[in-house]
Design a protein around this ligand. Structure first.
Ligand SMILES: Cc1cc2nc3c(=O)[nH]c(=O)nc-3n(C[C@H](O)[C@H](O)[C@H](O)COP(=O)(O)OP(=O)(O)OC[C@H]3O[C@@H](n4cnc5c(N)ncnc54)[C@H](O)[C@@H]3O)c2cc1C
Length: 373
């Protein structure tokens, strides 16, 4: 049977678009199906927009490899395509003497991951860079930056359309069937109309919706990972500019990076995200009777004691598509192809939380190498 389309990518977030761009540039006919009326309306537009250097992830993991490679590709793509980005650099600060050995451990992990530009700073050297930061020592990561994630997605969409690709909005995938040897059948509701499409290759890049879709094609002996949403709140700073030129991060708590200060490409500050596991994904900002703001103020004052009182204002909420439960160790990105699930021509992506934005272009290239079989 001749399929309608060579490759369908489900999901018009940064990862689906990056995958579609990689496939379109390799000459494939690609169609991205996105349920919302615009690209990037879920996790991809609710992040810190940080281009991570690759400090935190276990050496050899997909997270480490795709982050380091993705960072390199992303800076080059942003420069070539006029996507706003700023290489602010990041200070990872120890605020107590007990934390100092952890800075050294993170520096060792970073070097094992191929991050070669870190500098270990004393408290004095940190103060010389950022006089308002309180710490007993720090790591400076000059290759950490931020990017305008929406402009990135618009540029990726342009590349898809310029190749043999298309992005179809208002189109939800509601059913999937895999037939060995024959094309995938994809049931869609597009602008209220039901239809079925066929495709030779299928990529599930559906973020929080990936597990639901993966279960539709899962065969005997393979279960896709469950998705456990975990939201993160961001506060902005009202009526004041923080006196910082770098991003400032406390030491991480396992996989959570802590309440950090980032600047967007225009220099506007935001603090967050916190970590709250949910039963159902929700992007509602919950002030929690003022206790959330008080907790943020306390955390931020560990590294910025002069944070003015009552200046934090509710910003937005992003939801991480985690594939582990609270208290369990964080697994790697789950990018499953025939070797994992036994279905040729299918790549399904689960648990693409941070550093998914940084890694997006490298994920695109990686999926392109795994889709053929
Ligand atoms: C709070 C937070 C902070 C983060 N900070 C950073 C950071 O600083 N740096 C970094 O590198 N990464 C960061 N990340 C991670 C990064 O944002 C994600 O890894 C990335 O955006 C994931 O992109 P995606 O395309 O996989 O998912 P999404 O953006 O969620 O896209 C999936 C798309 O699939 C669509 N979809 C789902 N189901 C269907 C269906 N049935 N039919 C059609 N369409 C469907 C959805 O509508 C959605 O548009 C952060 C994430 C969060 C939550």
């Amino acid at each position: 049977m001749t399929p309608d389309v060579e490759t369908v990518v489900i999901g018009g977030g940064v990862v689906g678009l990056a995958v579609a761009r990689a496939l379109a540039e390799a000459g494939q006919e690609v169609v991205v199906l996105e349920r919302h009326g615009a690209i990037g309306q879920e996790t991809s537009s609710r992040s810190s927009e940080v281009i991570h250097a690759g400090l935190y992830y276990p050496p050899g993991s997909l997270k480490a490899r795709l982050c380091v490679e993705g960072r390199r590709l992303l800076y080059a793509f942003a420069a070539e395509n006029g996507v706003p980005h700023v290489r602010y650099g990041k200070l990872l600060v120890a605020t107590t003497a007990e934390e100092l050995p952890r800075l050294d451990a993170l520096a060792a992990t970073a070097i094992a991951n191929g991050v070669t530009d870190l500098t270990r700073l004393s408290a004095e050297a940190t103060r010389a860079l950022e006089p308002d930061v309180a710490c007993v020592g720090a790591l400076l990561s000059p290759s950490t930056g931020v990017i305008d994630s929406h402009a990135l997605m618009v540029a990726l969409e342009g590349h898809v359309r310029a190749g043999a690709g298309n992005v179809v909005l208002n189109t939800e995938v509601v059913g999937l069937r895999a037939h060995h040897g024959d094309p995938f059948e994809i049931d869609i509701v597009s602008a209220g109309e039901r239809a079925t499409l066929t495709a030779r290759n299928l990529v599930i890049a559906a973020g929080l919706g990936a597990t639901r879709l993966g279960k539709m094609v899962a065969g005997r002996g393979y279960e896709p990972p469950e998705t456990y949403p975990a939201r993160g709140h961001y506060y902005t700073l009202e009526g004041a500019r923080p006196p910082f030129r770098h991003l400032v991060y406390p030491l991480p708590h396992e996989a959570w990076l802590g309440i950090h200060l980032t600047l967007d490409v225009a220099g506007a500050p935001r603090f967050g995200p916190d970590l709250e596991w949910q039963d159902e994904a929700s992007t509602v900002f919950d002030e929690a009777d003022g206790t959330r703001r008080a907790r943020f103020e306390k955390e931020i004052r560990r590294y910025w004691p002069a944070l003015p009182a009552d200046r934090l204002a509710p910003g937005y909420v992003g939801v991480r598509p985690k594939i582990y439960r609270s208290g369990e160790p964080a697994p790697d990105f789950a990018i499953h192809a025939v070797r994992e699930h036994g279905i040729p021509h299918l790549v399904a992506l689960y648990g693409i939380e941070s550093p998914g934005l940084t890694s997006s272009l490298a994920i695109g290239a990686y999926v392109a190498t795994r889709i053929g079989a």
